[in-house]
Design a binder for this molecule. Structure first.
Ligand SMILES: [Zn+2]
Length: 613
C-alpha cells in the first residue's frame, strides 16, 4: 500500500456483533463496502501494538476498495508511562526438521510504541499511545490533516492560473514539515495529531460523504470539476472509459505521480476539451481541478483499435470475468471486449490484459512470497486453531536474516472438522506454476457427503523423502493424532520412504498406507502400453471379493502371462479393495486431491488464492 490511507475511527461506544460481522452500536452506522461479490464481512482485530496496525493496513490493501479503513474503538483508561522506543517485535521464524517443530509466533507485550525496521514493507509509524482517536492516519511520510483545518485551502497544487508550469510547487517544503510533524516517527508522548483532533469533523461524516468519496461516477455522466477518485489509476480509468465510450481520443500532456493533464487529440484543430487533475493534499484523493467540456468532437469510427484501449484498461474491464473463471480463453476475452466497446483489439494485448488482471486479483509471485508471513499471521488471527510451520535457513553474514524454504499450514476449522471425518487422508503433490520452482503438497479427507475436505497444505522446494517426511511429520504432530488412518497416495519414492520411517508417525498401527488405484493402473500401463490390460488391472483392484479379484487376475494371465510379474513387487493389500481389510472405506483413488490440483493449475500468481479460497 502506498500513499494515503484514510482511517475513520468511531469511538465512545461498544463493538457489537451483527449481520455483517462486527459493528458499532452508535451512529454513524457503518456501511459494508461492496466488493463485487456481495458485501464484506468484518471480523474483530484487536489493535494492541504496531504489529496489529500493520496487519490492519495489509488487510485493507488486499481488499477493495483500497485506502479506506473503518476502525471501531473501545477505549479504556491506561496509566501512561513513557518507555524507550527501541522495542521490536520480530517474527520468529525457526529452522525446522522432523525432530524439531515450532509454530511461528508473535509475541505481544503492552508497549506503548514500537519501532520497526523491516525491509519487506513500508514502515508504518503510528502512535497508538493512550486513546486512539483519529480520523486520518497515513502510511509513509505524509501527514495531511492538521487539527482545526478542514477546508480545501491547503493544497499540494495551486490551481486556476491556466498554465502548466504548475509543477513548480513547494513540494519539498511540505515534505519537510510533514517529517517534522512525525518527529522521525517515534514519540515519547502522544503526538499532537492524536491529542488535538476535532471530533465535530469526525461526527459530521455521513454515509453520503463516504459514497461521494469513493467515486461512484458513471461513464455516461459528464466529467466535472471537483470529481474525486481514490487514486490516479482510478481517475485514468474513468477518463479513458469516457473517451472510449464516445469514440474520442485524448493525449497526455503531463503525467506525474500526483498530477495528470490530458487534452483532445484534435487540439490543434481547435478542440478545447481538456482535463487536469491532481492529488489534493487536504483529502488525499485525486480530484479533477480543471475541466473544459463536454467533449463534442466527432472522430471517424475505427473498428481496429482505440488509443485508450490499452492492456491496463482492458485488465480492469475483464477483472471480474477473470476472477470468476481464471481459465477463460483469450478468444473469449477478446469477444467480451469487442461486444463491450466495438473494437477488435490485438490478441497480444488481450493476453497482456489477462496477465495484468491475474496480478490484480492474485498478486504477483515476488509479492506473494514476500507477503506470505503476513498472510499467515492474518489467517491465524482470523482462523483460531490454524497451524503454520515454517522451515527457513539462516543466511550467512546477514545478521539473523533467514531464507524461506518451506511453509506448512492447516486452517483451524479444518483441523477441527477432520475429527468428524472418516479416518482417510489422501496426499498428493503438484507443481506450482510460476516464476519460482516449487511444489505444493496437499492433504485432503472426505466428509460425510463424499465431498472433498481440505486438511493441510505446504509449499516445498521439491517432492523428496525429506520434504514428504517433513510434511507428514507436521501433519501428525500438529493436525491429527488419530490412529488407524488410511493414507492414500501414489507410489512416489519420497512418500514410501517417509512412511517407512517410524519416527515420522505414519507406520502401522498409526496408519495404513494404501495406493491410489488409478496411479497403479497408470504405472502398469507405462510399462505394458495396453488399454485392455490397464482396464483389467483397474477392475481387479476394484473388486470387493477375493474370488472376483482372482478371476480378473486369471483373465490378465491369459492375455499376457509375463505381466503378472509386475505385481510381485506390489503388496496386494495396498492396491486391491478385496484385500484392503476395510481401511479404505471403499475409497480407491486420490482423484479428489487432483481436483484441487486442477483448480490450482494455471493460477500462475496465486499464493494468496491458496490461502483464501
Ligand atoms: Zn476534441
Amino acid at each position: 500500500m502506498d500513499g494515503y490511507t484514510t482511517v475513520l475511527c468511531y469511538t465512545r461506544s461498544e463493538i457489537i456483533d451483527c449481520e455483517f460481522g462486527v459493528s458499532y452500536n452508535r451512529p454513524p452506522d457503518k456501511v459494508p463496502f461492496p466488493n463485487g461479490n456481495g458485501t464484506v464481512n468484518y471480523v474483530p482485530l484487536p489493535i494492541r501494538d504496531d504489529g496489529d496496525v500493520r496487519i490492519m493496513f495489509t488487510v485493507v490493501a488486499q481488499s477493495p476498495p483500497p485506502n479506506t479503513i473503518e476502525m471501531y474503538c473501545q477505549t479504556s483508561s491506561i496509566d501512561y508511562h513513557p518507555v524507550p522506543s527501541s522495542f521490536t517485535t520480530p517474527l520468529h521464524i525457526e529452522s525446522l526438521g522432523p525432530s524439531q517443530h515450532m509454530v511461528e509466533n508473535n509475541t505481544y507485550s503492552p508497549k506503548y510504541m514500537q519501532s520497526y525496521d523491516n525491509d519487506m514493507e513500508p514502515t508504518v509509524r503510528v502512535d497508538m499511545a493512550g486513546v486512539t482517536e483519529s480520523i486520518v492516519m497515513t502510511v509513509g511520510n505524509y501527514v495531511d490533516i492538521l487539527p482545526g483545518i478542514d477546508d480545501d485551502n491547503v493544497e499540494l497544487f495551486d490551481e486556476d492560473d491556466g498554465n502548466e508550469d504548475i509543477m513548480d510547487m513547494e513540494d519539498n517544503e511540505n515534505t519537510e514539515n510533514d517529517a517534522s510533524l512525525l518527529g522521525g516517527g517515534e514519540h515519547d508522548v502522544p503526538s499532537p495529531i492524536f491529542r488535538e483532533l476535532n471530533w465535530d469533523v469526525i461526527n459530521s461524516i455521513t454515509d453520503k460523504d463516504l459514497i461521494a468519496r469513493t467515486g461512484l461516477w458513471n461513464e455516461s455522466d459528464e466529467l466535472f470539476k471537483g470529481l474525486r477518485f481514490e487514486s490516479k489509476v482510478d481517475l485514468q480509468y474513468a477518463v479513458k472509459r469516457y473517451s472510449i465510450c464516445r469514440n474520442q481520443h485524448l493525449i497526455v500532456i503531463e503525467s506525474e505521480p500526483d498530477f495528470w493533464v490530458v487534452k483532445c487529440k484534435k487540439w490543434s484543430e481547435g478542440c478545447n476539451w481538456r482535463l487536469r487533475a491532481c492529488r489534493r493534499k487536504c483529502h488525499g484523493l485525486f480530484e479533477i481541478t480543471k475541466y473544459i467540456g463536454p467533449h463534442t468532437c466527432v472522430y471517424p469510427k475505427l473498428s481496429q483499435d482505440h488509443s485508450q484501449l490499452d492492456s491496463t484498461f482492458i485488465a480492469r474491464e475483464v477483472q471480474n470475468v477473470v476472477q470468476s473463471d481464471h481459465t477463460i480463453s483469450i478468444a473469449a476475452l477478446h469477444q467480451i471486449v469487442k461486444d463491450k466497446f466495438g473494437y477488435n483489439v490485438h490478441y497480444k494485448r488481450i493476453w497482456e490484459a489477462k496477465r495484468k488482471a491475474m496480478i490484480r486479483i492474485f498478486g504477483d509471485w515476488d509479492e506473494s512470497y514476500q507477503t506470505l508471513p503476513r498472510w499467515m499471521n492474518i489467517i491465524k488471527l482470523t482462523n483460531p486453531g490454524t497451524k503454520v510451520v515454517w522451515k527457513t535457513s539462516l543466511l550467512a553474514g546477514c545478521n539473523g536474516n533467514v531464507r524461506f524454504m518451506r511453509v506448512f499450514w492447516a486452517f483451524g476449522a479444518c483441523v477441527e472438522g477432520f475429527k468428524h471425518c472418516r479416518p482417510i487422508i489422501q496426499i498428493d503433490g503438484t507443481f506450482l506454476y510460476g516464476k519460482y520452482i516449487g511444489k505444493l503438497l496437499i492433504a485432503t479427507s472426505i466428509d460425510a457427503n463424499g465431498h472433498i475436505f481440505p486438511l493441510a497444505f505446504a509449499i516445498v522446494e521439491e517432492e523428496s523423502s525429506d520434504s514428504w517426511s517433513w510434511f507428514l511429520y507436521i501433519l501428525r504432530t500438529q493436525v491429527t493424532q488419530r490412529e488407524g488412518i488410511c493414507l492414500i497416495s501414489d507410489r512416489h519414492a519420497g512418500i514410501q520412504a517417509a512412511i517407512r520411517d517410524p519416527s515420522v508417525g505414519w507406520s502401522p498401527p498409526y496408519a495404513h498406507h494404501r495406493y491410489c488405484l488409478r496411479h497403479v493402473a497408470s504405472n502398469f500401463n507405462d510399462k505394458y502400453r495396453n488399454k485392455m490390460l490397464k482396464d483389467l488391472v483397474y477392475r481387479a483392484g476394484s473388486q470387493h471379493q477375493p474370488r472376483k479379484y482372482e478371476a480378473c487376475m486369471t483373465e490378465l494371465k491369459q492375455l499376457d502371462e509375463k505381466c503378472l510379474e509386475w505385481f510381485n513387487r506390489l503388496d496386494t493389500k495396498k492396491w486391491t479393495l478385496a484385500h484392503d481389510g476395510g481401511h479404505r472405506y471403499g475409497w480407491m483413488t486420490t482423484n479428489i486431491a487432483e481436483c484441487i490440483n486442477g483448480v490450482l493449475k494455471g493460477l500462475e500468481c496465486c499464493l494468496s488464492l491458496l490461502l483464501f479460497d
